[in-house]
Design a protein around this ligand. Structure first.
Ligand code: BGC
Length: 763
């Protein structure tokens, strides 16, 4: 029974919904009328012009760069510009459009604002390790506030490609291997960027990318073919894109790869059947960088043909390649595309501009005063420091080496010690690299004179100079030391000799992950490993502060180094955040969003694999004629969801409210979690399920819920997850989304490996 007050609240909520619906209906009608009227005055060339997205050439990721941008704006041949970074240039371009083009249609301005604009947050894989949706949403909100003040209104983010292959460099740009975690993060980011009102001057339109399956490139080689069953696509890879769209993402970017033999950028099934018809997407689709032109190399035809294919498949905007601009009119004349195809695309682009409020005020996003107030302000930097601290994952802490005491001398050794430009991480095109503090500078700043810090670069990043050059592009240079290795190490050891503790700042440079940065060997480069071995020989405590944009193979390090803190690339405030965690002001709480393998030969390695018909018996690592390797066990080095804390957490017994879940019922899964150590700390309690028998094979575990707890020493808290039929659904062989009756296992624990298990039955 509901009380009177509850009924009144419900009625008001219902009225609110009706009112909101009425409002949005009115908005849509107004938009339709406005866009239709405008389109009635447009020539075919002007319509095609709206489909053209050019780059200002400041951050290019392909060999083609846009030309004659100014004259094209005046001629109405440009719908959008991206990677134009200064407000002065954006204002000038917008002025050209609204004062000098015939129809005065404003331009949409995009950029890859991926993990921050000027205030840089950890790389997306690092943010995912926080498992903190509120925090992730806030980082996207801050990025939108800063970028919009500088005139931008569109970001090419979130990147929600599931990736289970650590060789693929772009695993750093997404949320890792898991469908459920990835979907929650996708929603949080869209909400953060877009807020409640796209037309607000401080929000950005999101662009979910790369649609679709880009993270499944064969052999982890960037831009490579993907080939995947529909079963896997629907169950594992597509949900995060859908989650972003359900959260309201205004645009979608195509992927470079092919899917089932048809490249994504020409894939009608993907962009029309799935995206529009099945998912109800109403925004616009933009290609990735020159992806239309690349259809020629994919083998689909000449530029005219592939441009027509792509438009008809469901693309609305062509990034950089100008296939649309230069061929669509001819295709229209020859009957290869219809006027309706062009109208559809033009309408959706104009609608996006309408939703952003650009017709009302084309300059609403450029605000010098607001830029001064918000960009890199103290509040944003504080959030960046918090976010970085929460992204770090403590992988090992033998003998409680950490936290360190704020006393004595610390030696900071390694090629990542004093390179500010590498701290923001990959895809930080708008970061001020010159003014980003290095690890050393940030740590000195945070610690003042409480701790004496001595330092040395210790080694080159990579032994091979040419490889190092490829790995430090875009201003991320790390100077080389061309002296013999032994001489450099000897110098570093002399510095380390002065210290009580050694902090080894090693791993990847920021450009060793990201686009076009795939690796076949995913270990710490050998020259750095040799340095690490020498540092360990000193007998002093060594803490490995690991920089990486991907899971690395750390088998040797895990065996020999007492403490390992994985800091990914933490953004502007990396150095301070590392000091916070190493010296115990912040207790690490990050949990891995991607499995760390023992050996690269195990890749792709992920927790939610299928059981196979020949699984290993419990406790065995090799059995003849079972699914395994001769040389390495199937186990990861660190499982998905893993991460240590300075405190300890004890889990009580897992209890279920019932072992029979009715179709319309609810099953409560509860556990008490206690902080049994000496530090306040955060724990991510994870819930997984397994469908034990079904019409199709199901993964051995699937994440279906998580809760992040903050517990003081001695404090305990009960966590309760509600499971319903909805959580047990999957796409069956006919691609129907169903929950099948039968027995399920439910697991709760601190990572995907260390869990308790109970069983229940769905009626
Ligand atoms: C990348 C996209 C990016 C685009 C524009 C491409 O090379 O794949 O993620 O948004 O460039 O910079």
């Amino acid at each position: 029974m509901k009380t009177h007050t509850q009924l009144v609240i419900l009625a008001c909520l219902a009225l609110g919904i009706v009112k909101n619906e009425a409002f949005s209906q009115q908005h849509n009608n107004d938009m339709d009328r406005f866009v239709s009227e405008l389109m009635s005055r447009m020539t075919i060339d002007e319509k095609i012009g709206q489909l053209n997205l050019v780059t200002a050439g400041e951050a290019v990721t392909g060999s083609v760069v846009s030309t004659d941008v100014e004259s094209k704006i005046k001629e109405g041949k440009i719908g959008g510009i991206f990677s134009m970074s200064t407000p002065q240039r954006i204002r000038a371009a917008q002025e050209l459009a609204v004062n000098h083009s015939r129809l005065k249609i404003p331009i949409i301005f995009g950029m890859d604002v991926i993990h921050g604009y000027k205030t840089m947050f950890p790389i997306p894989l690092g943010l995912a390790a926080s498992w903190d949706m509120e925090l992730i949403q806030e980082t996207a909100r801050i990025a939108a506030m800063e970028a919009s003040a500088d005139g931008l209104n569109w970001t090419f983010s979130p990147m929600v490609d599931i990736s289970r292959d650590a060789r693929w460099g772009r695993i750093s740009e997404g949320s890792g291997e898991d469908t459920y975690l990835g979907s929650r993060i996708a929603e949080a980011m869209v909400r953060g960027y877009q807020g409640d009102d796209l037309a607000a001057h401080n929000t950005l339109m999101a662009c979910v990318k790369h649609f679709a399956l880009y993270g499944a490139a064969e052999a982890g080689r960037d831009y490579n073919t993907t080939d995947m069953s529909l079963h896997r696509m629907y169950n594992e890879y597509l949900p995060p894109y859908k989650a972003a769209i359900d959260a309201g993402a205004g645009s979608v970017m195509t992927a470079f790869n092919d899917i089932n033999g048809v490249p994504a950028t020409a894939n009608k099934w993907l962009m029309t059947d799935v995206l529009r018809n099945q998912w109800g997407f109403t925004g616009f689709v933009v290609t990735d960088y020159t992806a239309v032109n690349e259809l020629i190399d994919h083998g689909l035809g000449d530029l005219q043909e592939v441009s027509a294919l792509s438009l008809k498949a469901g693309v609305e905007m062509d990034m950089v390649g100008e296939g649309f601009l230069t061929t669509l009119k001819k295709s229209l004349d020859e009957g290869k595309v219809s006027a309706a195809d062009i109208d559809r695309a033009c309408r959706l682009v104009l609608e996006a501009k309408y939703k952003l409020g650009l017709f009302e005020d084309p300059f609403r996003y450029i605000d010098d005063n607001r830029a001064k107030e918000v960009i890199l302000n103290a509040e944003h930097l504080a959030k960046a420091r918090t976010a970085a601290g929460k992204s770090f994952v403590l992988l090992k802490n033998e003998g409680h080496v950490l936290p360190l005491k704020k006393q004595g001398t610390v030696a900071l050794i390694g090629p990542l010690t004093n390179t500010g430009a590498n701290m923001p991480g990959t895809w930080s095109v708008s970061a001020d690299l010159e003014n980003t503090p290095s690890l050393l500078e940030g740590m000195c700043d945070a610690l003042g004179n409480q701790v004496k810090i001595v330092h040395h670069h210790g080694s080159n990043l990579l032994e091979d100079a040419a490889y190092q050059e490829r790995a430090t592009m875009f201003g991320r240079t790390i100077p080389r030391d061309e002296r013999p290795e032994q001489e450099v190490i000897a110098e570093a050891l002399a510095v380390a000799g002065q210290a009580d503790v050694i902090i080894a700042a090693l791993g990847e440079s920021s450009e060793m992950s990201g686009e076009s940065s795939s690796r076949t060997d995913i270990s710490i480069p050998a020259v750095q490993q040799r340095l690490l071995a020498k540092l360990l020989e000193t007998g002093k405590p060594v803490v490995l502060v690991l920089f990486t944009g991907r899971p690395l193979t750390l088998t040797w390090e895990n065996e020999h180094v007492p403490a390992i803190l994985n800091v990914w690339f933490g953004g502007t405030e990396t150095g301070k955040a590392v000091a916070d965690v190493l010296f115990g002001d912040v207790n690490p709480s990050g949990k891995l969003p991607a499995t760390f393998p023992q050996h690269v030969g195990q890749v792709p390695l992920y927790y939610s694999h299928k059981n196979t018909g020949r699984p290993l018996a419990d406790g065995q690592w090799f059995q003849k004629f079972r699914s395994n390797y001769l040389d390495v066990s199937n186990d990861p080095l660190y499982p998905f969801g893993y991460g240590l804390s300075y405190t300890t957490f004890a889990y009580g017994e897992l209890t279920l409210s019932t072992t029979e879940l009715q179709r319309d019922g609810k099953l409560q899964v509860s556990v008490d979690v206690a902080n049994t150590g000496d530090y306040a700390g955060e724990e991510v309690v994870q819930l997984y399920i397994r469908d034990l028998a079904g019409s199709v094979t199901r993964p051995v575990k699937e994440l279906k819920g998580f809760r992040k707890l903050h517990l003081a020493p001695g404090q305990s808290q009960q966590v309760t997850f509600d499971l319903t039929e909805e959580d047990l659904k999957f796409y069956n062989a006919e691609l129907e989304y169903v929950a099948e009756p039968g027995e399920f296992a439910v697991f709760v624990g601190t990572n995907a490996r260390d869990v308790q298990e109970k069983r229940f039955t769905l009626q």
